[in-house]
Design a binder for this molecule. Structure first.
Ligand code: ADP
Ligand code: 5GP
Length: 188
């Protein structure tokens, strides 16, 4: 039986990766991370094939031309991200559930594409100021990039209502538990 699709979206810095990694690390839910492709540069510690498939602009364009994506978006000017058909198929066809960490437009598109086979969850920051503090605290992005991401957050939060569920990531342990329950209930 084909696996189900869990869509997790949030403004950058809300704690999506932290929440997804905690649930994956616990290993109680049969769910695998779909590694997206991007043309952005790797952050320190990020690995090709683990966090993303890091492609050049030309490689990304070629993947678009070859129809390799379920969806792709220019999330920030000049920076593209896409869900690979090969990743979703590899995981779902083997009967596992797949988790997608994708932007708001991609999330809405994938939900429309997969209907009841997909559950969409939006992670909310407690406030824009706290989001800025988290991006600064993470220490992986320049001030310009942080400003760009904070600037986009309000636009992204406007999409929260288009998701089936919203989880506020204030207390991390609670946010992990709430997200985990929504996934468990969906995949059982
Ligand atoms: P995203 O994947 O959404 O871009 P991350 O998971 O990288 O966000 O989290 C951004 C930063 O915020 C990280 O440094 C992470 O440790 C921190 N963080 C995540 N959740 C919380 C929380 N509930 N309270 C405080 N800091 C948090
Ligand atoms: P980051 O650069 O912080 O890793 O990711 C930036 C944004 O791109 C996040 O909102 C993340 O969810 C989104 N993103 C990552 N992979 C994909 C993807 O395959 N498709 C889309 N549409 N967005 C993605």
């Amino acid at each position: 039986m084909a696996g189900k699709i869990i869509i997790i979206s949030a403004p950058s810095g809300c704690g999506k990766s932290t929440i997804i990694n905690a649930i994956l690390a616990e290993g109680k839910i049969d769910m695998q991370f779909s590694v997206s492709a991007t043309n952005r540069a790797p952050r320190e510690g990020e690995q090709h094939g683990v966090n993303y498939f890091f492609l050049t602009d030309e490689e990304f364009r070629k993947a678009i031309a070859e129809d390799a994506f379920v969806e792709y978006e220019e999330v920030y000017p000049g920076r593209f991200y896409g869900t690979l058909k090969s990743e979703v198929a590899r995981i779902c066809d083997a009967g596992h559930n797949v988790v997608l960490d994708i932007d708001v437009k991609g999330g809405v598109n994938v939900k429309a594409l997969y209907g009841n086979q997909a559950r969409s969850i939006f992670i909310m920051p407690p406030s824009i100021e706290e989001l800025r503090r988290r991006l600064e605290g993470r220490g992986t992005d320049s001030q310009d990039v942080i400003a760009e991401r904070v600037g986009k957050a309000e636009f992204e939060i406007g999409f929260a209502k288009d998701y089936e569920y919203q989880v506020v990531n204030d207390d991390l342990t609670l946010a992990i538990e709430q997200t985990k329950s929504l996934i468990e209930e969906f995949v059982k």
